[in-house]
Design a protein around this ligand. Structure first.
Ligand SMILES: CC(C)CCC[C@@H](C)[C@H]1CC[C@H]2[C@@H]3CC=C4C[C@@H](O)CC[C@]4(C)[C@H]3CC[C@]12C
Length: 379
């Protein structure tokens, strides 16, 4: 242990300091998927990673507003608003004030997370693959004529003291009444502060948006000390054949942003004043056996109570059961299929939108977006 470890360890439960220092030692050589990263219990979040996909609907009001305008340009800006709000939900507002980032549970194969909002938005998430871990998600608001279909996995590596996470996957938004589709790719994530037992997340890199209406955007993510000097900064450059110069939308993906078109700047979005509507989730008693909170209930309760021994034995028992099921499938040569999603060629989901992005994107984009997809069965 070095002296710098000493002052960080103060905030760590006394009985876990040893496991924290050996955890740090494993990080340097870690590569691969998150499910193989074993964390000390005090760094575990009492929630399944699958639930994180529901933050795509963090602001269901912004989602159902995408199709409202009869003007394609306005709709495109509305789509960006929704996307930025879902980044805030996924990467920032999710973490309770004053708390650090923690590692959520690795979803088991076929795990489901279902929830709905008062405005009739509903979401279905399912763990569609275990190796590598992939979550499929589907959001719909029939009344508003909006459907979101996507999937997300993570490729993780360590660089110095940072954990770098490429999000593998993409999502599409379809306006059913207008026959208009948007393809969104996902930004990269870095987790900092792990060495001080104070992990927090930042976004970096570039993500792309392409609509069948011909509008497209590249969104760059930067943070303090880089270009803008502000944390959680994004800058989207929107182009279309009808625009003589790109429209620029920039600000914080956790807060305020502005839109500048033809040198005129107007307010775009203010996430600090938007209230988060409460998702409605069935009580654990009413949930099916494969639903997240039911599967993880015992582990989650134990973690919340600080009973790490029980948390870890309950977690092992779930993992052992999963190993047994996998073996059983291998022996009987049965192929597992998801309940809600079909594995399809990407084109079935995004048509030719990917090709349009490729013209502007770098090779990292090709790697992280991948080609196949998971389509909701009733869609
Ligand atoms: C103690 C340390 C090691 C904790 C590490 C926490 C890591 C594993 C956590 C922190 C933030 C998390 C990310 C936060 C939000 C999202 C968006 C969601 O749509 C897919 C999962 C994804 C991409 C998470 C993956 C796991 C993640 C990167």
């Amino acid at each position: 242990m070095t002296s710098s470890d000493n002052n960080t360890l103060e905030s760590i439960p006394a009985d876990q300091q040893g496991s924290f220092s050996s955890f740090l030692k494993t990080l340097a050589s870690f590569t691969g998927d998150l499910s193989s990263l074993t964390c000390p219990s005090f760094l575990l979040a009492p929630i399944s990673l699958l639930e994180y996909s529901s933050f795509w609907a963090d602001q269901p009001g912004l989602l159902s507003a995408v199709g409202e305008s009869d003007n394609a340009e306005e709709r495109f800006y509305a789509a960006i608003k929704w996307f930025i709000s879902s980044l805030n939900g996924s990467f920032s507002s999710r973490v309770p004030k004053g708390e650090w980032e923690k590692k959520p549970f690795n979803p088991i194969l076929g795990e489901q997370f279902l929830c709905a909002w008062d405005d009739e938005t509903r979401i279905v998430c399912e763990q569609v693959s275990h190796h590598p871990p992939v979550s499929g998600f589907y959001i719909e608001n029939k009344k508003a004529g909006v459907i979101v279909n996507g999937h997300d996995g993570q490729k993780t590596r360590f660089s110095g003291t940072q954990m770098l996470v490429d999000q593998i996957g993409y999502c599409t938004l379809r306006l059913t009444e207008r026959d208009e589709t948007y393809l969104f790719t996902l930004p990269s994530v870095s987790v900092n502060g792990i060495w001080y037992a104070a992990p927090y997340v930042e976004l970096y890199g570039t993500s792309f948006v392409q609509s069948t209406s011909g509008f497209s955007a590249s969104i760059e993510y930067t943070t303090k000390g880089w270009i803008s000097g502000e944390v959680h900064h994004f800058k989207a450059s929107v182009t279309h054949e009808s625009l003589s110069t790109p429209t620029v939308i920039e600000g914080q993906w956790t807060g305020k942003s502005t839109l500048t078109k033809n040198k005129k700047t107007t307010d775009f979005l203010d996430l600090t004043t938007l209230e988060k509507p409460k998702p409605i989730v069935k009580s654990v008693e009413e949930q099916g056996e494969l639903e997240s909170r039911r599967i993880w209930q015992k582990v989650s309760d134990a973690l919340k109570a600080g009973d790490y021994a029980t948390a870890s034995s309950e977690k092992s028992s779930i993992e052992n059961q999963q190993r047994a099921l996998r073996k059983e499938r291998e022996t009987s040569e049965t192929k597992w299929v998801p309940k809600y999603f079909n594995s399809v060629e990407g084109e079935a989901i995004y048509g030719n939108l990917r090709e349009k992005i490729i013209a502007k994107a770098d090779s990292k984009f090709i790697d992280t977006m991948g080609e196949g997809g998971w389509m909701y069965k009733e869609a």
